[in-house]
Design a protein around this ligand. Structure first.
Ligand SMILES: Nc1ncnc2c1ncn2[C@@H]1O[C@H](COP(=O)(O)OP(=O)(O)O)[C@@H](O)[C@H]1O
Ligand SMILES: [Mg+2]
Length: 335
């Protein structure tokens, strides 16, 4: 296989984690679908719930995870700072669906997804994905269980986008043959993602020639065409135009439902999450997480607590972040 392509498949679906790498018992009974949740659940750190995950998509059981100390990270006495665990004795059961992760920076969203998708492994406890311990999955199985769109993925490949898209579709788990989500309009999923993500103009281009927003749209297309049983996306939309974000989020929701593929993605735009998330995980700096529908979770008091600022300021901050990201994207695409 072409080396560049291998890199893409590797990046999309497998990350050789540096560490080997969360349900409150009975929170989500297997008889209930996520849509029937009527109140939100607050996950905190608690005792092991071994065996309590009945039929979950993701199950964290007494998970502890700590990043290794960073070189040069020292206190005023020159002593190495030992990082605190990002997750400490964390147990949680997470459902399928289109789930948005939101919350302030450094609250653990990326780490949560990396652990859930088996790209990182806990130092204590275990993570099960579709019932299998992620630490025991082979690289091939991991690819089948979960695709991962990393933040800031980079590519070195000379092949044009069209070839890569066709390759990912043909060699992924759909074997190049699965109906489109809107099968009245499109003959295949392949044709559909090219249209939905407006890839026609970049099909002949190499990934190295694309703008950040174009790369993000190609990555989304890859993840849908590859056909893993679940997809994790770390801030996958920030460089897109507003209408493209809305279109992508709507597609994500339909895909998750129709293909029965859970999709977890982190986002910084609360208004979009309110409109497009089936469920939300709100990460607090104190390592607790709320899970529920957008209306249940994204209340003024919860958001003020999570971000530590009044809501009005938060809205300003969101606008600023958006403008900032747009500028960054413009700089990147000009390079
Ligand atoms: N590669 C890393 N090495 C060391 N510490 C990290 C690394 N990635 C994240 N962290 C730390 O782990 C904590 C959680 O980070 P992260 O999961 O990236 O949060 P979020 O995605 O919500 O911004 C933060 O304190 C962050 O500084
Ligand atoms: Mg992150």
């Amino acid at each position: 296989m072409h080396a560049g392509l291998l890199l893409i498949l590797y990046n999309l679906s497998f990350w050789g984690g540096r560490h080997s790498a969360a349900s409150e018992a009975g929170l989500l009974s297997p008889q209930k679908t996520i849509l029937t949740l009527t109140r939100h659940h607050r996950y905190t750190e608690k005792e092991s719930i071994q065996g309590a995950c009945v039929n979950p998509f993701i199950c964290f059981d007494a998970v502890q995870f700590t990043y290794p100390p960073l070189e040069g990270d020292t206190d005023e006495n020159g002593n190495q700072i030992i990082p605190k665990p990002v997750f400490y004795n964390f147990s949680a059961e997470l459902p399928a669906g289109a789930v948005h992760l939101t919350g302030p920076n450094a609250s653990g969203k990326s780490t949560f997804m990396l652990l859930a998708a088996g790209r990182l492994h806990p130092e204590r406890g275990s993570v099960r994905l579709f019932g299998s311990d992620t630490a025991r999955l082979s690289p091939e199985q991991l690819q089948e269980y979960a695709s991962f769109i990393y933040q800031n993925m980079e590519f070195e490949t000379a092949q044009p986008a069209a070839e890569l898209l066709a390759y990912v579709y043909a060699n992924g788990f759909f074997s190049g043959n699965t109906p489109a989500i809107d099968s009245n309009t499109y003959r295949s999923l392949h044709e559909e993602v090219i249209s939905v993500f407006e890839l026609e103009p970049v099909l002949a281009h190499r990934l190295t020639e694309l703008s950040k927003g174009e790369i993000q749209r190609v990555l989304l297309a890859f993840s849908f065409l590859y056909g893993s049983k679940s997809i994790f996306m770390d801030e996958p939309l920030f460089a897109l135009e507003q209408y493209q974000k809305e279109r992508a989020l709507s597609y994500i929701r339909s895909y998750a439902k129709q293909k029965q593929v859970p999709i977890y993605l982190s986002m910084h735009e609360l208004e979009l999450t309110r409109r497009f998330a089936e469920l939300v995980m709100l990460f607090y700096p104190d390592r607790t997480i709320d899970l529920g529908t957008p209306d249940e979770v994204l209340t003024q008091s919860a958001l003020e607590k999570a971000y530590g600022v009044p809501l009005a300021m938060l809205k300003d901050a969101e606008k600023l972040t958006r403008e900032n990201l747009k500028e960054t994207a413009a700089v990147l695409s000009a390079q």
